[in-house]
Design a protein around this ligand. Sequence first.
Ligand code: ADP
Ligand code: ADP
Ligand code: MG
Length: 501
Amino acid sequence: MKKINKILVANRGEIALRVMRSAREMGIKTVAIYSEADRQALHVRFADEAVCVGPPASSASYLRAEVILETCKRLGVDAVHPGYGFLSENAGFAQMVEDAGITFIGPSPYAIELMGSKLAAKAAVAQYNIPMVPGTEGAISDVEEAKNIASQIGFPILIKASAGGGGKGMRVVENVAEFEEQMKLAVSEATSAFGDGSVFIEKYIGSPRHIEIQVLGDTHGNIVHLFERECSIQRRHQKVVEEAPSAVLTPELRAEMGRCAVDVAKACQYKGAGTVEFLLDENLNFYFLEMNTRLQVEHPVTEQITGLDLVKEQIKIAQGEPLSFSQEDLAIYGHALELRVYAEDPANNFLPDIGTLTTYKRPQGLGVRVDDGFEEGMEIPIYYDPMIAKLVTFGKDRQEAIEKMIRAIDEYQITGIETTLPFGKFVMEHEAFRSGKFDTKFIERYFKDPSVLKATPSQEEEELAAVLAALFAGQAKATTGTTPNAAPASGVSEWRRNRLK
Ligand code: ADP
Ligand code: ADP
Ligand code: MG
C-alpha cells in the first residue's frame, strides 16, 4: 500500500472543495491551484496550501499540465486529483503525473485514452455482447458513403464527434437533403472543439432516457457497480436534473445494466470511479453510449443512496487498497435528486447569465446538501463553466425527495443573476416528472413557453424581498451610518477573518 499524504487538486469550484473535504477527513494535506480570477475562491481558502498557476483563461492556468506538475514536485505532493472537466480525461497528463512518480487518482492513461474516443470504446467492448446504438463502427469521412449508411440506418440520425464531450459535437440530421451540410459542420466543429475531426453516425433514438451506471474498480481486479443515475432532464444534451434510483428500472433491468457496465469497465481494466452511460428506449431496451473515466458531476446522488463517499473510495483505490465490499454488500437506501444550479437564464434558452451574487443564501435542513464554491458578493467568472452549485435532496422515497427539493429551491436565495432554480421547481412540479414518465425531450416537449416561470411566487417574492431590502438598507444607513452586510473596511471577508483568528 502506498499511503497518500498530500493531494493537489487540479481543479476549481465546488468539485475542488468537495475533494479536499474528503481528503482532510482522511488526514491528507491538500494543495489548491488557482487562476488569477479565482484568488478569493473558497477552494483556495480551504486548502492547506494554494498556488496561482496563471491568468484567468483555462488554457493559461487550469490546463497547464507542465506548471501543475512542477507545482506538485516543488510542494512534495504525492497524488493528483483531477476532478471533472479540465485535465481529468487527458491521458497525456495522467501519464506525465505517473512518470514523475506521483499517483494519479483515476484510471490508467490507457483506459482514459481508450474510453476518450467513443469509437475506440465501442470497439473495445464489442467482445462483451453489449447492446449498441445502431451506427457506423469507424470514423466516416466520405460524404457519399456516409449518406448511404445514414439512409440504411434510417433518418433521423445523429452525427457525433468521436472525441466529443459535455454535450458538444453532436448534430441531428432529419433527412438526406440536409446531410452533406450537417456533416461538414460536424467535422469542422469537432476539429476546432476537440482537435480531432473524426465523426461517426448513430441512429437517433427518438425519446430515450439517459441512464448511467456508476462503477468502482480496484487495483486487484475487483469491479462493482453502484446502481444507476437517471439524467434525462437535459438542455443542449447536457444534464440539469439527476436522480438515483431511476423511476423506471426494475431490479432485473438494473442488474443487467449493472452487469454490462462492469463488463465495459473490465474491457479497459478499469480502476477508480467511472461511469458507463446508456440510452434506454420506450421499450426498455438499453444501448451503450460511452464511458466517462472520472468522477461525474452528479456523483452525490449515488453517495446519498449508497452511503459511500466516492472521493474516499477513489483515494483508497489509488493507495492500492482492495474494495472493502462486494456487489452483494451494496443496496439502495431511499431516493436522491440533484439540481444543477447554473448561472443561466432558463427563460432565455438557458443562456449563461454572468454577474455578482448580490444575495446568496443556501437552503439547509434534513436531507438537503449543497455543493458549491461561492459565497455572497462573489462574482461568477466568465471564464469557466457557469455552474454555481449542486442542490441535492435525499428522502425515504422519490416523493419525499421531490418535496424536499421544492422546499429547498424556495429557501435558496440568489439575486444578481438568473439561475436554473425556477426551472428546477417547474420540473419538480410537473406531472410528467412526478409520474416518472419523461425522457430527454422533456424541455422540448413541456418547456416551450418559459414565461410560465415568471409567474412562480418565488420570483415575485424575490422582487418583493429586494424592494424591502433596499428600503431597510436606506433606513439603516440613515440611523447608523453604515450599510448592513457590507464588506468590512479591511476588504477581508467575515469568513476569512474568522479563520485567521
Ligand atoms: P457529467 O458527464 O459529469 O455529467 P458534463 O457533461 O456536465 O459531465 O461535463 C462536466 C464538465 O466537464 C463540464 O464542465 C463540461 O463543460 C466539461 N467537459 C466534459 N467533457 C468535455 C470535453 N470533452 N471537452 C471539454 N469539456 C468537457
Ligand atoms: P457527451 O460525450 O457529450 O456526454 P453522449 O454520447 O454521452 O455525449 O450523449 C449526450 C446526450 O446526447 C445523451 O444523454 C442524449 O441525450 C443525447 N444522445 C446521444 N446519443 C444519442 C442518440 N443516438 N440518440 C438520441 N440521443 C442521443
Ligand atoms: Mg455523456
